[in-house]
Structures are given as structure tokens and as C-alpha cells.
Design a protein around this ligand. Structure first.
Ligand code: BG6
Length: 499
């Protein structure tokens, strides 16, 4: 994370005709340019199968900015458009890579990009390996007095063995330092803020452990259903789509030990260490993991068909759209503290947050108020859409008698910091160009995420076709998820409740 422009370089987007380029990449580079974070020596080469020329690719920038950047300036648009080029070709055709190589030389001359190149794989996951192999074969990935880096999007594998195989394949061509595996959750300010909150405030350090924390809840709830992604989602499901990546990020940032310093290697080592301490036996999967599917209802203010009625979804699908689980982290800091995770589509509210519930005061000191009735201290980290943190405390209600009330100390990001227009990708893209891998996944981080969910995948595969519990679109989720916490005498923080 830096505030200086990066080295001169060319961004090569494989799959430049896709939605990601329009919706995220072009707007992010525009925003980076506006923030003064792009070097003068910069260019974009789009590569895709569609028959197009540079002018048509530049027109797409115009469209993208009109749709996704409020108040984009003509000047900024021209700056970027003048640096955009297009190469038509199939990703499995060697000629495409030769053409990309020739274009890189041309662009290097025209824009003084210094030979550095960032290859962005906005391609279907099955193409990650083949594209990287071709980059290797054609010498495009070779670093000679310049850098060559590759950005890989999720999904990174569909289980532990496939993620390991993909890592082996990439590492057969590239050095680990050349690979930037993106998890867009790490581009979110409030996710990054978890580290700052924990490690820049002395207040939390002594409390952040099993002596003081009762349990942790991690929620990533969406009101969106599967929308137009039925075909992809039906072979993926909520577990693979969200848990080994996004929820694992949140879990590891909350659970990890303080790194020696805020450095890519130290930080990523600590994250993997925390994930390795997560245990889930097959018996625990059966008892502690809940999956469910939504039926018709109304979510996010819209009528929503049931999951099985959605386009691209099998009518008898048993793909989960919701998953909740209780995990244990077997290490010195967390032994005995349950971590409850839940994520789902078509829920009552869009809300991503982490709840840290502290243990109650030890004694019923106040007459007539049993210790069990004291308000527990909850620290809630609001990730989205609200961004901030709140701390719940007990306070005396005004008046002659001693009555306790519940109060909240709340910090809203927006009250303190002016947010810049952002897609959430700017920091990540800029970091790749700076060569800072702190917010990217190393091979072991990816594998440690999949290792946690692998017993669940195995168990579900063994149990074959089952009837899944259901929840109505727009609800708080399935009853079985409530029962999972009720068994431990706990409840989920309501999605519909106060922030
Ligand atoms: C993606 C998943 O990785 O993350 C989507 O594939 C999900 O299914 C999305 O909707 C959630 O991201 P965000 O930033 O909206 O929380």
C-alpha cells in the first residue's frame, strides 16, 4: 500500500471483453490516474477473442466510465484512452502470445513502459493454467531487467487438491513473487481496518483471547439471489463461493497472531498459521455445519423466485445458497472459543460484519440484576454496507433507582474520513504495480482456506443427494442455523436489527 505512482508498466488484460474489465478494471485505472498514482509510462493492452480494434476498445472505456464512474472527466478519459491497445486472439493459440509480445515492444517504445508488464487473467478458471503455460513458453513471463507479474482472480480451484494442482502449475512457470492471487475482500477498506484496529490500538491486545472473548460471529449476508449467475453458482454453492476465500480472510485477520511487522511475508505467514489451527472433523461437520437453499420470497425490496426456479439452476438442485458453521481454533489464544460463520444469498439484509462478544462481568454486583442479565460487551466490526465499528456497553439509566441500560459507542467511517470514489480494486491493482503482495494470497494462504472446508466437501459428497433445509428469500436464514447457536445458549446477531 503506497501513495506514490508505480514503475512504468503495461497492463495486459486477458479476457478484456468481459464484464470485469468494464465494471472494475477500467474504472479503477481511471480512479488511480485521477489520484495521481499511475506513472506517465503506462499503457493497457486488452486481449480477447472478439474481433475489435484499438478504437473500439477505447470506446468501451467511454461506456465503462459513463456507467461506473460518477463525473469522469474528459481529460482523464483521454489520458487513458490514448494508452489503450487491443490484440485479437484465442488464448489457446500460440500466435496470440506472439502478437501480445510484439504489441508489448511497440507500446514500450511509444509510452516508455520500461519492459514491465502485469498480466491480468480475467479469463474462465479453466484457462488460468493454459494462459500461464503459454506466457512461460513464449518467454513473456521472463524477468530481465524488468518485472513480469500475473494477477489471478477467484475461483482458485474448487477444492483442496485442485487448488494445490493449480498452485503447482503456476509455480512451474512463475516464481511466487510474480503471482498476485486476488481476493477482493482484501481491497475493502474496512477489512484492511481490522488489522489497524487490532494492531494500532493497545486497548485490544490484552483482551483479544480466550480469557476475555466468549465467541465470535462472522456474517456475510447478501440480499441478492443468484441473479444471472445460476449456471456458475449451481456447480459452486455458497460454501465454495464464499468460505475458503472471503470468510477465511475475515477469520484469519481476526484470529491471527500479530505479525513481526506489516510485511507481506510475515503477515501471510501468520494468516496461514491461524487457518491451520482451525479444526473440523467429519463428526463435527455433521453436527456443526448447516446448509440450506432459499425458496421464493422478497429480498432487497424485490420479489424473488426460489433458487430452483432461477435461470441456469437445475429444478432438483441441491446446491446450498446458505451455509453456517461452528469452528474451533485449536491454539493457545483461542482454545474453547467458538467461531460461528454464516453466509448466504437472498437474506433479509445485505450485511457483512464481525461480532466479538466479550465475556460477562463475573459478579452480579447490582441489586436485582443477575449477572446473566448484564448486557454483554459486543464489539461489532461493520464491513458493509455500513462501515465502522461499535461497542455495546452497560450504563446506568438516569433516575433515582439503579437500572441498567444498553448503550452503543459507534464509529462511522463516513463521519471521520472522506471516502474517495472507489471500486475496491484500486488499492489492489496499485499494490500489484508496486510489487506489494501484502493484500494478496500466497499459495499457502489459498490452500489453508480450502483445507478448512475440505472435510465439509467430503462429507457432503458422501451423503449424496439430500433434502436441504429451506429459508424464504428475505428471511434471516434457516431455522437450523439458529438451532446451531441455540444449542450453545447463543443467538446470531439479527440481520434485521440495529446496526
Ligand atoms: C464474489 C462471489 O466473490 O463475492 C459472489 O462470487 C458474491 O457470489 C460476492 O456475491 C460478494 O462480494 P461483495 O463485495 O458484494 O460482498
Amino acid at each position: 500500500m503506497g501513495d506514490r505512482p508505480s514503475d512504468p508498466c503495461v497492463l495486459v488484460i486477458f479476457g478484456a471483453a468481459g464484464d470485469l474489465t468494464q465494471r472494475l478494471l477500467l474504472p479503477s485505472f481511471y480512479n488511480l490516474q485521477q489520484a495521481g498514482l499511475l506513472p506517465e509510462g503506462f499503457a493497457i493492452v486488452g486481449v480477447a477473442r472478439a474481433d475489435k480494434n484499438d478504437a473500439a476498445f477505447r470506446d468501451e472505456l467511454k461506456e465503462s466510465l459513463a456507467r461506473f464512474v460518477k463525473g469522469a472527466t474528459a481529460e482523464g478519459q483521454t489520458w487513458l484512452a490514448e494508452r489503450m491497445y487491443y490484440v485479437q486472439g484465442d488464448f489457446d493459440d500460440a500466435k496470440t502470445y506472439e502478437n501480445v509480445g510484439a504489441k508489448l515492444k511497440e507500446v514500450e517504445q511509444a509510452h516508455r513502459t520500461g519492459g514491465n508488464a502485469l498480466f491480468y487473467l480475467a479469463v474462465p478458471p479453466a484457462m488460468f493454467g493454459p494462459v500461464v503455460r503459454s506466457l512461460g513458453k513464449t518467454g513473456l513471463a521472463r524477468e530481465e531487467r524488468s518485472w513480469r507479474r500475473v494477477v489471478v482472480e477467484k475461483p482458485f480451484g474448487h477444492d483442496l487438491p485442485s487448488a494445490q494442482a493449480l498452485n503447482r502449475e503456476l509455480l512451474g512457470v512463475l516464481k511466487e513473487e510474480q503471482i498476485y492471487r486476488i481476493d477482493h475482500y482484501l481491497g475493502k477498506e474496512t477489512v484492511q481496518n481490522i488489522m489497524v484496529l487490532r494492531f494500532a490500538n493497545g486497548l485490544f491486545a490484552p483482551l483479544w483471547n480466550r480469557d476475555h472473548i466468549d465467541h465470535v460471529q462472522i456474517t456475510v449476508a447478501e440480499t441478492l439471489g443468484v441473479e444471472t449467475r445460476g449456471k456458475f453458482y449451481d456447480t459452486t454453492g455458497a460454501l465454495r463461493d464464499m468460505v475458503p476465500n472471503h470468510l477465511a480472510q475475515l477469520l484469519s485477520l481476526i484470529a491471527m497472531e500479530p505479525p513481526n511487522c506489516f510485511d507481506a511475508e510475515d503477515l501471510r505467514t501468520e494468516k496461514t498459521k491461524a487457518m491451520r489451527a482451525v479444526h473440523l472433523s467429519k463428526e463435527e461437520v455433521r453436527a456443526n455445519v448447516v446448509r440450506a437453499q432459499y425458496t421464493g420470497g422478497s429480498a432487497g425490496g424485490r420479489a424473488m423466485p426460489g433458487y430452483r426456479e432461477s435461470v441456469g439452476v437445475a429444478r432438483n438442485s441441491v446446491t446450498e445458497t446458505y451455509v453456517a458453521m461452528k469452528l474451533r481454533i485449536e491454539n493457545w489464544r483461542w482454545a474453547g472459543v467458538p467461531f460461528y460463520l454464516r453466509t448466504g444469498k437472498a437474506l433479509a439484509k445485505r450485511r457483512s460484519e464481525v461480532l466479538i462478544r466479550f465475556k460477562r462481568a463475573p459478579l452480579a454486583l447490582f441489586h436485582g440484576v443477575p449477572a446473566a442479565d448484564l448486557t454483554p460487551n459486543d464489539l461489532v466490526l461493520h464491513i458493509q454496507p455500513e462501515e465502522g465499528a461499535s461497542l455495546k456497553l452497560s450504563a446506568k439509566q438516569p433516575g433515582p433507582s439503579l437500572k441498567l441500560g444498553e448503550v452503543n459507542m459507534t464509529f462511522n467511517y463516513a463521519d471521520y474520513f472522506e471516502a474517495e470514489p472507489k471500486t475496491g480494486y484500486e488499492t489492489l491493482l496499485h499494490d500489484c504495480m508496486l510489487g506489494d503482495a501484502t493484500l494478496f494470497q500466497r499459495a499457502d494462504n489459498i490452500e489453508s482456506g480450502w483445507r478448512v472446508v475440505q472435510p465439509i466437501l467430503d462429507c457432503w459428497a458422501e451423503s449424496g443427494k439430500v433434502t436441504l433445509p429451506e429459508y424464504a428469500a428475505g428471511s434471516e436464514g434457516p431455522e437450523a442455523a439458529d438451532a446451531l447457536l441455540a444449542r450453545d445458549g447463543r443467538v446470531w446477531r439479527p440481520l434485521n436489527g440495529k446496526v
